[in-house]
Design a protein around this ligand. Structure first.
Ligand SMILES: O=C(O)[C@H](O)COP(=O)(O)O
Length: 204
């Protein structure tokens, strides 16, 4: 059965500073690079055929470190469709300051609900309107041909993909958090049904 592996990029400078990032192109921290290396260590048993990532440095750099760690030289496809949710007016703001300004309930809904967009930004639904057509058009073609695929992207672009693959409703996706550098390994059949799901962590 072909594997589809999803990895959120390692910690970025703005993750560390607790700032909304979205489409702002910030680099990984040293810890983020280490998380990428550890993700690679956890994926050494999979002979990926192809990898996909976004147009943002933090995801591309995470992917580069993973491929170097697993020792594979494979085609890498970069596409804006996998970029993080556009966080609109929140981009650059500290998340605690945003809660003080607007209240924690609405900030939580902007961050985790399905269809409530942050000011001037994308809701998860808006994000899914670009990630899912790309998943279907490009990534699922590889899966149907039996290839093992690695996707390195972002917290919310990946939440939209997890919601679709796992057939989650808006009341379920609101609880889903995707930690940095933690591979989610799916085995899929030719009809995109999940045969198995494994979240890989290093033993502490
Ligand atoms: O863009 C961001 O700020 C992060 O990548 C994800 O943000 P979130 O934790 O609010 O979803």
């Amino acid at each position: 059965m072909p594997k589809l592996v999803l990895v959120r990029h390692g910690q970025s400078i703005w993750n560390l500073q607790n700032r909304f990032t979205g489409w702002i192109d910030v680099p990984l921290t040293e810890k983020g690079k280490e998380e990428a290396y550890k993700a690679g260590e956890l994926l050494k048993d999979i002979r990926f055929d192809v990898a996909y990532t976004s147009m943002l440095t933090r995801a591309q750099e995470t992917l580069r470190i993973i491929l170097e760690t697993v020792g594979l030289l494979i085609p890498v496809i970069k596409d804006e469709a996998l970029n993080e949710r556009h966080y609109g007016a929140l981009q650059g703001l500290n998340k605690d300051r945003a809660r003080e300004k607007w209240g924690k309930e609405i900030v939580h809904l902007w961050r985790r609900s399905y269809d409530i967009p942050p000011p001037e930004g994308e809701s998860l639904k808006d994000t899914a309107e670009r990630t899912i057509p790309f998943l279907e058009r490009a990534i699922m073609g590889d899966i149907k041909d039996g290839r093992d695929v690695l996707v390195v992207a972002h917290g919310n672009s990946l939440r939209s993909i997890v919601m679709y693959l796992e057939k989650l409703g808006p009341d379920e996706i609101i609880k889903v958090e995707i930690p940095t550098g933690t591979p989610i390994v799916y085995e899929l059949d030719e009809n995109e049904n999940i045969i198995s799901k494994e979240i890989r962590h290093l033993e502490e």
